[in-house]
Design a protein around this ligand. Structure first.
Ligand SMILES: NC(=O)c1ccc[n+]([C@@H]2O[C@H](COP(=O)([O-])OP(=O)(O)OC[C@H]3O[C@@H](n4cnc5c(N)ncnc54)[C@H](OP(=O)(O)O)[C@@H]3O)[C@@H](O)[C@H]2O)c1
Length: 319
């Protein structure tokens, strides 16, 4: 079969022949891949930088996708950590880590949306005691996951959803998806902090895709503007596009009822993720969550990989 194959970390995967995997245990199934998303997590898998990387090569990247099995059913699947991923004509799935999709659903839309949408869906449903009526700040709202987080927060009953990001045009599109206010994270640091502090002073939950210096600055901004520092604030660390480490001010954790929790593979167990798949797939199938996907032939993987990640559309490879 043909697949996207990484033979050296730091180089784009190449479209070449690769031995087809063979299903082993009772729950394994060989599927024809219909669509596989190029998420940031897949890029870090392919360059060996993800915290789950074992350094083993060659590697076919792809952590999830949509495929058709020998029974004719179309499934969304999440792969366990493997070197034979979803960016191939065929892959082996564990049916326990998959769900059968409704008839007529667009495989490209599902492959594009599940990973970015799952980040906030699972965080709000599994990692914090989120309640309808609470206020949410999405920090780094202009990427694929951030745009989904705005919609997911609204769908799960948030009252205010404040969307903060640095791309003016993409920020402007967020009220149509449910943001009640937007904050531009650009320009003078003091003015940005003041803007953010005023807009988001009294939120209950922050969904943070940035981390790094911007997240630390945002913590100070929100907490210093807070009317009541005994009101609980839960900061959910999900992405780190602005830095892998952040200089979190110690006083923030002492002077306010403030906690930081992470949400991702490991802090959320496999069973907890799997339990959320059907509900989220239904939301995508019914069109509740708006998805912006671009299908590309898997044969073009090398050229597509070398272009800068697109925060407006999730690329989905179609074998
Ligand atoms: N833990 C989980 O479950 C989980 C699941 C999915 C994703 N994630 C993580 O979440 C993050 C976002 O994923 P994604 O799918 O949304 O990626 P994406 O579509 O590539 O979007 C990334 C966004 O980050 C913005 N950005 C980058 N640096 C920034 C900065 N310094 N300040 C403000 N905005 C900045 C980019 O905007 P510009 O155009 O302005 O650069 C872009 O809008 C990644 O770290 C990803 O690994 C985690």
């Amino acid at each position: 079969m043909f697949a996207a194959v990484v033979t050296t970390f730091g180089s784009s995967p190449r479209y070449q022949e690769f031995p087809a995997p063979v299903p082993g245990g009772n729950d394994e199934m060989l599927v024809d891949v219909l669509a596989a998303g190029l998420h940031p997590r897949v890029r870090s898998q392919a360059d060996g930088s993800h915290y789950t990387s074992t350094g083993e090569l060659p590697l076919v990247p792809g952590i999830d996708g949509v495929g058709r099995g020998p029974d004719g059913l179309v499934r969304y699947f999440v792969l366990a950590d493997t070197t034979v991923g979803a960016m191939a004509e065929r892959t082996v799935i564990d049916t326990r880590r998959s769900i059968v999709l409704p008839d007529g659903i667009d495989p490209v839309a599902v492959a594009a949306a599940m990973n970015p949408a799952m980040s906030s869906w699972v965080a709000l449903r599994q990692r914090v005691q989120f309640q309808a009526g609470q206020d949410v700040l999405v920090l780094g709202a202009t990427g694929n996951a951030g745009r989904m987080a705005v919609q997911v927060a609204k769908r799960l009953g948030a009252n205010q959803v404040i969307a903060a990001g640095r791309a003016t045009d993409r920020l402007a599109a967020l009220p149509a998806l449910g943001a009640t206010a937007t904050v531009l994270l650009d320009g003078d640091a003091d003015i940005t902090a003041d803007r953010l502090g005023h807009a988001a002073a009294d939120v209950d939950v922050v969904i943070d895709y940035l981390w790094g210096e911007p997240a630390a600055a945002a913590m100070t901004a929100v907490l210093t503007h807070r009317a009541d520092r005994s009101r609980a604030l839960t900061w959910i660390q999900i992405g780190s596009v602005a830095g892998r480490t952040a200089p979190v001010p110690s006083a923030a954790l002492r002077a306010a009822r403030f906690q930081i929790v992470g949400s991702g593979q490991g802090s959320v167990g496999t069973q907890e993720y799997l339990a959320e798949l059907p509900g989220l797939a239904d939301e995508i199938a019914s069109g509740t969550l708006s998805v912006d996907a671009r299908a590309m032939p898997l044969a073009h993987v090398e050229q597509v990989w070398a272009t800068a990640p697109d925060a407006t559309q999730r690329i989905v490879f179609v074998p």
